[in-house]
Ligand binder design. Structure first.
Ligand SMILES: [Zn+2]
Length: 327
């Protein structure tokens, strides 16, 4: 990094946002839209952007994908401040948070297999547990060591919800007030895998705090995670960011784009010689902005307004695709 860019970073006084791609599959147009909106939202108020590779799910991380993510973001014209943060390098910080939860009786070992949880849910005496974890291992073991010694299995860790937990309210700067009933919808949720590695919710909460993130703008598929992350932030005395959940990109049949729609991956578009400015322009229009012609993300910073984003999903079908190719 040049001295000049260090200075630019230091002088940014607005919110701190993050781009957090997961190198488990190709990034597609839906990711590009969420990333651009997150970037515009922060840059429009002279804020900093942290880039974090969420590579904890080691079994699903594919070789070369991390580099691919960075190439995709650069191709789009997005930049970030400071070095790339790699989530798997944060094992010590994640472990410290997990140890604290265990020590304070906020997390407990769970040796249940997925199949056992399914069976417990469908047992006649189980009642209406829905899809939540029924609490089988709550109070069952006094330590991870005991759980392992008694069962011969490597335990995961689950966050123990407070007994009197009612609906968890939170405010979303785009969609307004929400309330999630974590106790009846999810139950005690995982904070560490049986490999010892931090589970998604725990890692995100610890990392956002370490990175000083004050604003999380992401796709509304992650709205259900918010209450769990809030509970962890409370338990670990960490600040909560401003939450902003935006609608996803869907295809012409209203189906959300999945990682398997590789034809709409940024890598495929790049290889086809698509002008990234055409994609930026489509994304800007889908977010209520009115760029006159092909534009770089930086050109459009002054036009961004959260309130102008339509509340319904953005449709990207064959028509939009043809328009992109013709630009
Ligand atoms: Zn269990």
């Amino acid at each position: 990094m040049s001295e000049e860019s260090v200075d630019a970073t230091a002088s940014r006084t607005g919110p701190v946002g993050r781009l957090a791609p997961s190198p488990t599959g190709l990034l597609h147009i839906g990711h590009a839209r969420s990333f651009l909106l997150a970037w515009w939202s922060v840059r429009a108020r002279d804020g900093r952007i942290v880039l974090r590779l969420e590579d904890l799910d080691a079994g699903r991380v594919k070789p070369g994908m991390a580099d691919g993510c960075l190439r995709d973001l650069e191709w789009l014209g997005l930049d970030w401040d400071g070095p790339v943060i790699v989530q798997s390098n944060r094992a010590a910080e994640h472990e410290a948070a997990l140890a604290r939860l265990v020590e304070e009786g906020r997390a407990y070992p769970c040796v249940c297999t997925r199949k056992e949880i399914e069976e417990a849910r469908s047992a006649p005496h189980a009642g209406d547990v829905g899809s939540r974890y029924p609490g089988t291992c709550r109070g069952r073991f006094s330590s991870l060591e005991e759980a392992e010694a008694k069962t011969g299995r490597s335990p995961a860790l689950r966050f123990q919800l407070p007994n009197d937990l009612g609906p968890v309210p939170f405010e979303d700067a785009f969609t307004g007030r929400h309330s999630a009933d974590v106790a009846s919808d999810v139950g005690d949720f995982p904070v560490a895998r049986k490999t010892g590695e931090a589970a998604y919710q725990l890692a995100v909460v610890v990392d956002d705090a370490l990175d000083g993130v004050t604003e999380v703008l992401r796709g509304d598929d992650l709205l259900p995670s918010t209450a769990q992350q809030l509970l962890l932030q409370e338990a670990l005395d960490l600040p909560s960011p401003t939450w902003i959940h935006v609608p996803l990109v869907v295809d012409e049949g209203s189906r959300r784009l999945a990682k398997r729609s590789d034809a709409l991956s940024l890598a495929a578009l790049r290889e086809q010689g698509i002008d990234p400015r055409a994609l930026t322009t489509w994304i800007a229009r889908s977010a209520g902005m009115a760029p006159e012609g092909p534009a770089e993300p930086a050109d459009l910073v002054p036009s961004f307004a959260l309130a102008a984003i339509p509340p319904s999903p953005a449709v990207f079908g064959p028509t939009q695709r043809a328009a992109l190719a013709a630009t």
